[in-house]
Design a protein around this ligand. Structure first.
Ligand code: ZN
Length: 245
């Protein structure tokens, strides 16, 4: 009989990493630290290292009202969305980064098995296009209202090429089959609701039940386990980690 073989932990944590974690935590507001503080530091760091190992380019980059993208930023590997058997598109001229498009296919296929067709309505937006979107929203509803639901150019997650606005892009989407399916299952395919209900003071945006960002399956599970499933908390942590030495 073979005995039990115990392999060394692949993500063993070093004292330097534990120190770096402490430094990163000092850079964060209390709300962001909560989940980590209540858990085991070694386990947290092991999970986190798996997340970093799966990161590619800017999948986990913090982009919000106070963290703009560099001037002229363009995602590295966008592909056009074309008619396919996995999800629907609202119009031509939609695009996503390749890893996000592939993940959308997987998620769309899973939704179809449950009788749901996901409709991609808005995806990658260039800086210039965001200028148009933002200015139109300001014109239609005033700056204060526009700032609650549309980003200023350079500060939009859509410019990353890893975001999809689904369906009607309205509150009514939450009560549709697709809206409910995404709320329940998106994380299993690496997609994360960026602006959840009740967190406007954290994210800077009102609830957007239609706006999902692809962050990868490992990061989505990490976010759920350690950050109350709040994407902003996790991205703030990763930002602080990368800023600390
Ligand atoms: Zn959006």
């Amino acid at each position: 009989m073979w005995g039990v073989i115990i392999l060394p932990a692949q993500n063993a944590v070093s004292p330097a990493e534990t120190q770096k974690l402490r430094t990163a935590l000092t850079l964060l507001p209390e709300r962001t630290r909560q989940g980590i503080a209540n858990g085991d530091t070694g386990e947290f760091l092991e999970d986190f290292k798996a997340v970093l190992a799966g990161d590619r380019d800017d999948l986990l980059r913090l982009v919000d009202k106070t963290h703009a993208l560099p001037d002229g930023y363009q995602p590295p590997d966008t592909v056009p969305l074309v008619k396919n058997n996995f999800y629907a598109i609202s119009r031509d001229n939609l695009a996503l980064r390749k890893p996000a498009e592939q993940a959308l296919r997987l998620m769309g296929a899973a939704a179809q098995k449950d009788g749901i067709t996901l409709l991609a309505s808005s995806t990658y937006r260039s800086y210039d296009y965001q200028v148009t979107v933002y200015n139109r929203n300001v014109r239609l509803s005033g700056k204060e209202t526009a700032d609650r639901e549309s980003a200023q150019p350079g500060k939009s997650q859509h410019q990353l090429g890893t975001v999809v606005d689904f369906g009607s892009i309205s509150d009514a989407f939450a009560d549709t089959g697709a809206g409910k399916w995404l709320a329940a299952h998106a994380g299993e395919y690496g997609w994360s609701l960026s602006f959840p209900d009740g967190y406007e003071d954290v994210t800077g945006y009102r609830w957007e039940c239609w706006h999902y960002r692809y962050i990868g399956v490992t990061a989505a599970a990490f976010q759920k386990k350690w950050f109350s499933n709040i994407q902003q908390f996790m991205l703030e942590f990763i930002n602080a980690w990368r800023a600390s030495t």
